[in-house]
Design a protein around this ligand. Sequence first.
Ligand SMILES: Cc1ncc(COP(=O)(O)O)c(C=O)c1O
Ligand SMILES: [Zn+2]
Length: 413
Amino acid sequence: MNHLLGLKCVSCATEYQPGTIDYTCPKCGPLLGTLDVVYDYKAVARELTKDALSRNSKPDHWRYRPILPIAKEEHIQRLAVGWTPIYASPGLASDWNFKSLWIKDDGRNPTASFKDRASSVAIVKALEKGAKVVTTASTGNAASSWSAFTALAGLETFIFVPEKAPKAKLAQLLLYGAKVIQVQGTYDEAFDLCCQAAEKWGWYNRNTAINPYLGEGKKTGALEICEQLHWQIPDYVFVAVGDGCILQGTWKGFKEFYEIGFIDKLPKIVGVQAEGAAPLYKAWKAGLRQCEPLVAETVADSIAVGLPRDQIKALRAVRESEGQFVTVSDSQILQAISVLAEKVGVFAEPAGATALAGLRKLAEAGSCHESETALVMVTGNGLKDIDGAMKAVQQKPVLVENSLEDVAAKMKI
Ligand SMILES: Cc1ncc(COP(=O)(O)O)c(C=O)c1O
Ligand SMILES: [Zn+2]
């Protein structure tokens, strides 16, 4: 039993019954016609109570099942997704003048990125539909996550990645048994090719934003923040942004817990983009509802997106939350990788550290107040992109002979 009421187009507000539509509103098209997933919140509130949550000792995101679009338990795959740790960092809070600062390490998910939240829900929807062949395009993390879940479910999987996807992500894909198509081009081009293939051959399509259920998985990050911080909501939540799906899902999660009365305050959502891949920042700044596409270039491969597919919801989320978009340079991203490692002990890939770079930029510009609190979402583990990590490294290992004398001499001990 779930409490899903239907799907509603973000542009023309047409409502669709669950099961009658899989992807986007046919009247508005794939970019403007993304669908909001709507629940019967009164029914949700009867089943999902704070009491029930406090009695639930299962440390994964299925604790929020009454507010997820899942009809039957049988399609849930057994990987443990969510309930990732939140670390308080009093050191960084004091460096950057916050009352409290928290880091949520979503690189701790089964395939080492936030994307497992989305894949775990999408696989259920694919199986509910009876899919046998599935696909996605991805900068790498969504694909490696999807491939793990589809391998468990025994589905044939075609993955479209840009030629430049980091090796570790490719290794994951190949080991999970996906058929990997490396497209000579950008992620944006791989996305379009994947959608054409899905349509032509009838494959189930997990692509970001096209598939309305991904944001439902992604919102569980926000639900966990509420519960793990004992219902005290940070003033700001910082997330890295490519297509904008993590951002919009995060905002939806907070709004839904507000709607059912679990929290009495909403955070400002700050979307952080790389300077060379900032179409959402530009649209937000110009007061537009849509982005101008561009050719993206950044060290943070996971957010190298020139045409954000979840742009309508992402712009709406930042505006509704009275947050903002901010851009950071590649060197600020690399510095943030070092800061996270040294000050918090969290090893992040470039996109995973981007949100912290954004917080630092705003804090150093004096945009936040010392009485305020913030949470930074780290979306991907550093082992995903060793070449990226090495760019953040300042020192080299010291080669020594196998003797203590040489250690003493070279290390100046
Ligand atoms: C590590 C990481 N961070 C952030 C993002 C951005 O997510 P979205 O495309 O939903 O904005 C991605 C997307 O691939 C990612 O892999
Ligand atoms: Zn529509």
